[in-house]
Design a protein around this ligand. Sequence first.
Ligand code: HEM
Length: 519
Amino acid sequence: MPTVLQTPNKTFTREEVAKHNTEDSVWFIIDSVVYDVSEFLDAHPGGEAVLRQVAGQDATVAFYNLHRHEVLQKYNNLAIGTIAGEKQSIVTPEPGDLSQVPYAEPLWLRPQFRSPYFKDSHRRLQRAMREFTDKYMRPEALEREKDGKYVSQELVERMAKAGILHMRMGPGKHLHGVKLLDGAVDGKEFDYFHDMICCQEGVRPACRGFQDGNLAGMVIGLTCILNFCTNEALKKRVLDDVFSGRKKICLAITEAFAGSDVAGLRTTAVKTPDGKHYIVNGTKKWITNGVFCDYFVVGVRTGKGLSVLLIERGEGVETKQIKTSYSTTAGTAYITFDNVKVPAENLLGEENKGIYVILSNFNHERWTMCCASIAYSRIVVEECLKWAHQRLVFGKRLIDQPVIRLKLAKMIALVESHQAWLESITYQMCHMPYAEQAKHLGGPIALLKMSATRAAHEIADEAVQIWGGRALTQTGMGRVIENFNRTYKFDAILGGAEEVLGDLGVRQAMKFMPKSAKL
Ligand code: HEM
């Protein structure tokens, strides 16, 4: 339940506060709480003068016109009491709380709405994931996004213990018998809606670089081990290492020579004469988490086609950080393989048929990106709705301007329609065996991703216009909008560029076009 700020028990009258507008003593009121900022004047990032201008007064409107509410949580030690007979009206969310702002949560989470898709276990998991994210992921995400360091071992182990690493791999046998967030959901019951919830809740910190840095490489890399590693001992070792958080894994397919066009890969793997090893040479580019990973699932050329190998960090493997437009916390790497000796048993799937291993990953990867991009777009809508009610310009709130309401209408419609489409596809995923998913959902998922990132483009554009200069600064009020506007393109490029996916969607439709259908 949301609460109000905790303050000392003392009470004051407004008249008492009014007296503290002197050289030595500066007090003011924000939402019925009295603040003594006399010792904070020098340290205030907005300067001393502005605080002196409101000394002795009610500064609620001035404060919320310039700051996020969380600033008051952080500087709670400046509060000295409350105004006698008054109650705080602004609430502070507790970890795990749902937002009360309209459209800030998907329809299924709003008490007035019904949904055919979600059961009790989905709701339990959502609550548990929200709480975990608020308590542990968000504070770390904000730090790492700024300092660019990699995800902490402490958080990785906490996620491992809570079963979050297992859950992020989607439904499957790997979840059976694993305790998931203190029993919020039984692993055997875990379906793609649970998977969607994990993805969407994980986006809540609104730090796009950290979102990938928080083991996105595992989500796309470990599936190849789960589904295609035929050496049981190797499979067990890698799964144990990764699920326990001891080691990290990523997927290394793209190269400077070939991005979405995997047929153009140039990294080679040549069998040794005794057939026991492959010798790998080549490079990989844009590899998420590559800088800090121990295992690499690598696409290589093997004579008659593509193959996929599990390569361990060791002699001949080098990773270099690529500086991208999001935070270095993502660990995006340029990798070189220089005569790397890889045991033949590390082949995943069949030799020269690696394209099936690579393709088998694509639908789930693209679908998780849809979940994330739509969830982040929704956070932006929430930020804009709050800001439009808070910000005063030309003597009015922003929300009182029809032009702003029209922008919000467009943003809300884009988020709601894409979430509805996502839930409809997720329902199909829950009810189609893998082979049918591959046949029938490749096209729709591609089109959803293309459309969701186009929507993100529109939403980022409108949000920046609503926020003005604040949308361009990485700290303070507009942090989320700045982050979104700088990073939404990652989803429009990674996992298949919009144009490639749009084309794929239509080509899939062409495959199913009946010869009998003519005008
Ligand atoms: C307990 C009271 C206050 C605290 C703890 C506080 C803290 C801060 C902090 C941390 C910032 C940096 C930006 C951010 O993180 O949002 C900031 C900026 C600022 N503050 Fe305050 N502040 C307080 C009250 C006020 C009041 C009452 C005013 C004006 C009447 C004010 C005016 C400003 C201005 C003008 C900026 C710069 C905003 C910008 O760059 O857009 N502050 N304040």
